[in-house]
Write a protein that binds this ligand. Structure first.
Ligand code: 6R9
Length: 662
C-alpha cells in the first residue's frame, strides 16, 4: 500500500502537524516526527514484518525466555500465533520493572467521583498492592489458567486486580459495573470464572451503584464461583456470605510475602472481554499474552507519542477494551502515569473533565465523540475557565467523530496547539488499526486517516468480496494480514470466530464496518454494517435488546434499530407489537423498559419505544429493519425499493403512526 501526502482539497480542511510550533517540550523530539518516517516504518511493517516486530518486541517488552518465531498461522485458518517460544509476565512488564527503575514515579492518579478526592499510587506502591492481591488469589487456590471475573468501579484497585491476575497467569474477565445481574451471570458462567472481585458499592456521578448486591444476585445462578473478594469502596454495610465472601482490606493486610511473577508462554490466554455481536449471545473474545502486550505498547507509544513523564487520561472504564489497552496495559507497559477517572465528564458540572486535566497536568487526553459532543453543547465557558496548557495530544475513540465535534475539540480544547488523533479499532483487534500519528500525519476532521503499523486494510465490495483498489472507493473494511494483538478466538465457540471474522470474506479479517478511502488515501469509517448499535461508544446487539423486550408477556414482536443521534452517535429505537387484543399503555412500556434495564443494563434503554400494529416484513417473514431505520430517522419519503415488502399497506399505517409517536 502506498499513501501520499494529501493534495489541497477545498472540501476538507487540512491540519498539518508541526511539533516545533505546537506545545512540544523543547528538549524532546516525537517518536515519529514526519510523514516520511511514518511511511517508511509502515512499509517495513508490511514488507518485512519479522524485522519490524522483532525490533518492537525487544524495545517494548521484556521476555524472560526469548521467542523463536515472530508469527505463524493465517487469518483464514484462524490459528494465528505471535512470539512463539517466548515466556514473559505482563505484571512484571507493567509494574516490577518500573518499581525497580523508578520506584517513586507515579503509576496511577486516582480521580475519585467526588472532586477533591484524588490520590497517587507510585510504581513501588502498585507493586506492593499487586503482590498482595496475587497472594490472596493464591490463598483461594487459584492456578494458572483459571478465570477471575472483575466487577469493579473505576478505581486503581481494579487495575491492580487485573495486574494481579496476569502476575499468576490467571485469565481476567472484566465486566463493566453497569451491566445487570443477569448479564454479569451470563458472562461469569460462559467464562467459567471461579472468583469474583467486586466492591461494596460504586459511585458514579454522585449516584450509588450496588455492586455487591448485583454480584450476590448474579451468583444465585453461578455455581462455579467459590470466592468473592469485596473491596471497600464506600465502607457501606453489605451482607457477606460466610466462607465465600472475603473483605479486601482484611485479606490484603494479612499478606506478608512477596509474590513473584509467574512467567507464561506468549500464547497463553490473558483475558476475555465480552462484546456484542449480531446475535443475542455476547461474544467472549479471547486475547493472549505477548501479542496483546506488544500491540498495545507499540500503539500507545506511536499513536499517542507517549514517553515516561507523560500523563495520560483515558476516560474509558476498565470494563471496555479501551480501558484495558489505554488506561491500564499500554501506559503502564511504557512506565508512564495513567489517570483513573471514576466519575463522568459532566459531574458535578461541565468543567469536570477539564479540571481533571488542569489538576493532574494531563498531557494526553483520550475520550469518546459522545463526551466531546455533549461537553461542546454545554458551552465553551466550561472549557475556558480551566488551564489546559499541559495538553499535548488529544485523542478520540469509539465511533465516528463528526467534523464539527472534531474541529471544536481541536480549537477549543486543544487551542489549535494539539493534534487530534482519531483512533479506529475494536475489542477484537486489541489495539489501534487506523489512526493518525500525532506529529506526522496531516489530518482531516472526521477521518481516522491511515493504517497503524502492521495493518494492511482493504476495502471490499460487500456483495462480490472483490477488493476495491484505488481512490474514492466505498465498501466493507477488512484487514489482510495478522497483527499481534488480534483476538485469537471466541471463548468456547471457535466456529463463530471463524464465520464472523475470518470466513465472511476470503483470506481477510472482516471488521463489520463500512469505510471509504478518499482520493488521498485517507480512511473514513462509516459505521457498522451488521445489526450492532453503537450508543456513546457502547456496542449493543439489536437481537440482545429484542430478546429482553420479547420476555414481556404482552409483547408479540419487536424490532430494534439504531438511529443517528446528535450526542450519543446512535440511539436505540424499539418498535413493539402487542399480543392480539391488548392495548398499549404506559404501564406496559415501563415494564418493557425495566426488563431491558435488568436484563442488559441501563445503557440499553431505548430512547424511543413505539407501539405499532405490524412490523414491515418481506415475504419470508424477515423484519425489514432498513425500512424501520428510515422511518425512525424521519426519512419516510426515502424508503427505496418496497417490492420485497409482504404487505405494502402496512407501511403507510406505520409511517403515520410513527410520525405521531416520535
Ligand atoms: C475501541 C472500541 C468497535 C466499533 C467499531 C466501530 C466503532 C471505534 C471508532 C469507531 C469510527 C473510530 N469505532 N472507534 N468508528 N471511528 N475512531 O470502540 O471497541 O467497543 O469493540 O467497538 O466501534 O464501529 O467496529 P468496541
Amino acid at each position: 500500500m502506498t499513501v501520499e501526502e494529501p493534495k489541497q482539497n477545498p472540501t476538507h480542511a487540512l491540519y498539518k502537524p508541526n511539533f516545533r510550533t505546537e506545545r512540544y517540550p523543547k528538549n524532546r523530539t516525537p517518536w515519529i516526527s514526519s510523514f516520511e518516517q511514518y511511511k517508511a516504518m509502515h512499509e517495513q511493517s508490511i514488507n518485512e514484518p519479522d524485522v519490524f516486530w522483532r525490533l518492537r518486541a525487544s524495545e517494548l517488552v521484556e521476555f524472560n525466555t526469548p521467542f523463536h518465531t515472530v508469527c505463524s498461522g493465517s487469518l483464514s485458518e484462524g490459528n494465528v500465533k505471535w512470539f512463539e517460544g517466548g515466556k514473559l509476565n505482563i505484571s512484571y512488564n507493567c509494574v516490577d520493572r518500573w518499581a525497580e527503575k523508578t520506584p517513586d514515579a507515579v503509576a496511577i492518579i486516582y480521580e475519585a467521583d467526588q472532586p477533591g478526592g484524588a490520590k497517587s499510587v507510585t510504581y513501588k506502591e502498585l507493586l506492593d498492592q499487586v503482590s498482595r492481591i496475587a497472594g490472596v488469589f493464591k490463598s483461594f487456590g487459584l492456578e494458572k489458567g483459571d478465570t477471575v471475573a472483575i466487577y469493579m468501579p473505576m478505581v486503581p484497585e481494579a487495575a491492580a486486580t487485573m495486574l494481579a491476575c496476569t502476575r499468576l497467569g490467571l485469565v481476567h474477565n472484566v465486566v463493566f459495573a453497569g451491566f445487570s445481574a443477569h448479564s454479569l451471570a451470563e458472562r461469569i458462567r460462559d467464562s467459567n470464572s471461579k472468583v469474583v472481585v467486586t466492591s461494596d458499592q460504586g459511585l458514579r456521578g454522585g449516584k450509588i451503584i450496588h455492586n455487591k448486591k448485583i454480584v450476590d444476585e448474579a451468583l444465585l445462578t453461578c455455581p462455579s464461583v467459590t470466592k468473592v473478594l469485596v473491596f471497600e469502596r464506600t465502607g457501606a454495610e453489605v451482607p457477606m456470605q460466610q466462607g465465600r465472601d472475603v473483605s479486601w482490606s482484611k485479606a490484603l493486610s494479612e499478606q506478608n510475602e512477596f509474590v513473584p511473577p509467574v512467567f507464561v508462554d506468549s500464547e497463553d490466554p490473558m483475558f476475555i472481554m465480552y462484546t456484542s455481536g449480531s446475535t443475542g449471545k455476547p461474544k467472549g473474545l479471547l486475547h493472549t499474552t505477548a501479542g496483546y502486550l506488544v500491540g498495545v505498547a507499540m500503539t500507545a507509544r506511536y499513536s499517542f507519542d507517549l514517553s515516561s513523564g507523560d500523563v495520560i487520561c483515558s476516560t474509558a472504564d476498565v470494563g471496555w477494551i479501551t480501558g484495558h489497552s489505554y488506561a491500564v496495559y499500554g501506559p503502564l507497559c511504557l512506565g508512564v502515569t495513567t489517570v483513573i477517572f471514576e466519575s463522568i465528564p459532566n459531574y458535578p458540572d461541565g468543567s469536570r473533565l477539564w479540571k481533571v486535566v488542569e489538576d493532574h497536568k494531563v498531557t494526553h487526553l483520550y475520550t469518546a465523540p459522545t463526551a466531546i459532543r455533549s461537553l461542546r453543547r454545554l458551552g465553551d465557558e466550561f472549557v475556558n475557565c480551566t488551564d489546559l496548557s499541559s495538553l499535548r495530544v488529544i485523542a478520540s475513540v469509539g465511533e465516528p467523530i463528526n467534523p464539527e465535534a472534531w474541529v471544536w475539540y481541536k480549537s477549543v480544547v486543544g487551542k489549535d496547539l494539539c493534534p487530534v488523533v482519531d483512533t479506529y479499532w475494536q475489542t477484537e483487534t486489541g489495539s489501534h488499526l487506523i489512526t493518525a500519528i500525532p506529529f506526522a500525519t496531516t489530518t482531516k476532521p472526521g477521518s481516522a486517516t491511515f493504517p497503524m503499523f502492521g495493518i494492511e486494510p482493504a476495502i471490499l465490495d460487500p456483495n462480490t468480496g472483490e477488493e476495491l483498489t484505488g481512490p474514492n472507493v466505498k465498501g466493507v473494511l477488512c484487514i489482510k494480514k495478522p497483527w499481534p494483538s488480534i483476538a485469537r478466538s471466541i471463548l468456547g465457540d471457535h466456529d463463530r470466530y471463524l464465520t464472523t471474522y475470518m470466513h465472511a470474506y476470503k483470506g481477510v479479517y472482516f471488521t463489520g464496518d463500512a469505510a471509504m478511502r478518499d482520493e488521498d488515501g485517507y480512511y473514513w469509517i462509516n459505521g457498522r454494517v451488521d445489526d450492532v448499535i453503537n450508543v456513546s461508544g457502547h456496542r449493543m446487539s439489536t437481537a440482545e435488546i429484542e430478546s429482553a423486550i420479547i420476555q414481556n408477556e404482552s409483547v408479540a414482536e419487536s424490532a430494534v434499530v439504531g438511529i443517528e443521534d446528535e450526542i450519543t452517535g446512535q440511539s436505540i429505537c424499539a418498535f413493539v407489537t402487542l399480543q392480539a387484543g391488548l392495548k398499549e399503555s404506559d404501564q406496559i412500556k415501563k415494564s418493557i423498559i425495566a426488563k431491558i434495564r435488568s436484563e442488559i443494563g441501563p445503557i440499553a434503554t431505548p430512547k424511543n419505544l413505539v407501539f405499532v400494529n405490524e412490523l414491515p416484513k418481506n415475504r419470508f417473514g424477515k423484519i425489514l429493519r432498513r425500512i424501520l431505520r428510515k422511518i425512525a430517522s424521519g426519512e419516510s419519503d426515502q424508503l427505496g425499493d418496497l417490492s420485497t415488502v409482504a404487505d405494502p399497506h402496512s407501511i403507510t399505517e406505520l409511517v403515520a403512526r410513527v410520525h405521531i409517536m416520535l
